[in-house]
Design a protein around this ligand. Structure first.
Ligand code: SF4
Length: 387
């Protein structure tokens, strides 16, 4: 096994840890400390770390569990992640979590938060009302007050009081992680054959239940091993994947796109780790709020005026020298699917090719997707950008 393969195996093990064994081990090493889960897309992880909590990103059961009881809690025509999250919780897999953050990204997550409160009244539950007003005095002040409320509520549950030095340290550690992810993304953009999207995905998602320091160490090791490994350059089509920001596709779907001739040079998988574009400037709660207000990534759960809808995607395509876009959204994901027509219109105006597909976290058949993606990459190669 090469050093790179060994690191990938370590990342895969962390990603597949659905019983949260890592979290259980961390709690044993830190008696009395809280582990706080959070649903996608975004949660203020440095704040949680500053008060001594372990942030744990929860992405449902993926393709690892059969949903039986979870189906009874939701109607059939919604996405899969809330059912599998309830299923995991009812199985006791999420038992090490002392609380959960439910960010305001859609009605489904809000309803899941309500369900969680009813099922687990003894656990802390925080609804993170992310601002849609991007004025510092309004949305920024509101968000800062929400973050303070979280810190107060968690302190009442046993977290450490929020201290300026601890927050400054946590922000610095988060910035170091972001710098490593930025380098990872740059390597993938410049030499996608050296670090495949599926590998970058595992590297970033592996940090779901790690502190920023531990994750940064893993990312730095993966970067060094990827740069050192011998790989063959591929003649693939460069694409951006959009719409996969919440419920994650099975890793085999990402591999299928790669095998169909696509180099995924950018995507919105694991968006939570990249939600703030660039470092967080400052060391305070206000700095955290400002970073979200000023440099939160353009995504479906964030208000973007009609006139500029799609601009960020076009800029992303250009900056990554991409030749096409693959819209890949979870079935019934309202935020992604309602945004898609406006993004398609923006791409059509620019003559950028795109194709669309839907998945579920437990999709098991990839043949049709492989044929579709293969036809797309061939057509882009042959005829260029016409959608
Ligand atoms: S996949 Fe889409 S609809 Fe489902 S919870 Fe996530 S954002 Fe909401």
């Amino acid at each position: 096994m090469t050093p790179f393969d060994a690191l990938m195996a370590r990342a895969r093990e962390a990603v597949d840890d659905r019983h949260l064994d890592r979290v259980r081990a961390w709690k044993q090493e830190h008696p009395g400390a809280l582990a706080i889960g959070h649903m996608p897309i975004y949660s203020p992880r440095p704040l949680l770390e500053a008060i001594g909590c372990l942030p744990v990103a929860v992405f449902g059961g993926g393709d690892q569990i059969d949903v039986i009881r979870g189906d009874a809690y939701f109607q059939s025509y919604i996405c899969h992640i809330p059912r599998s999250t309830i299923e995991l919780a009812l199985h006791g897999d999420l038992a090490p979590l002392d609380g959960m953050v439910f960010p305001a990204i859609c009605d489904v997550i809000r309803n899941l938060g309500g369900m969680w409160k009813m099922l687990f009244p003894e656990k802390w539950s925080g609804y993170l009302d992310l601002p849609q007003n991007f004025d510092h005095q309004l949305g920024g002040a509101f968000y800062a007050s929400e973050l303070r409320r979280f810190a107060r509520e968690l302190e009442a549950r046993g977290a450490k009081p929020l201290e300026p030095n601890a927050l400054a340290r946590a922000i610095a550690e988060e910035n170091a992680r972001r710098a490593a992810i930025f380098e990872l993304d740059a390597l993938r953009r410049d030499e996608p054959w050296r670090l495949r999207a599926s590998e970058a995905y595992l590297a970033v998602r592996a940090g779901s239940a790690m502190t920023a320091v531990e994750h940064t160490e893993l990312l730095r090791s993966i970067l060094a091993a990827a740069r050192a490994r011998t790989v063959r350059k591929l003649d693939n089509v460069r694409v951006v994947v959009v719409g996969a920001f919440c419920e994650q596709p099975p890793i085999d779907l990402i591999v299928t796109l790669e095998r169909a001739g696509c180099d995924i040079v950018a995507d919105d998988l694991q968006l939570g780790m990249r939600m703030i574009e660039g470092p967080i400037e400052g060391e305070t709660i206000e700095a955290l709020a400002r970073a979200y207000i000023d440099r939160g990534a353009a995504t479906a759960s964030r208000y973007i005026g009609d006139l500029v809808k799609g601009r960020a995607l076009i800029e992303r395509v250009r900056a990554h020298r991409a030749e096409g876009v693959v819209f890949a959204a979870a079935s019934f994901c309202d935020p992604a699917l309602l945004d898609q027509p406006m993004l398609e219109t923006a791409l059509q105006r620019e003559g950028i090719a795109f194709t669309t597909l839907k998945y579920s976290e437990n999709t098991g058949q990839f043949q049709t997707i492989r044929e579709q993606a293969g036809a797309f990459s061939d057509s882009v190669k042959l005829w260029g950008g016409a959608a």
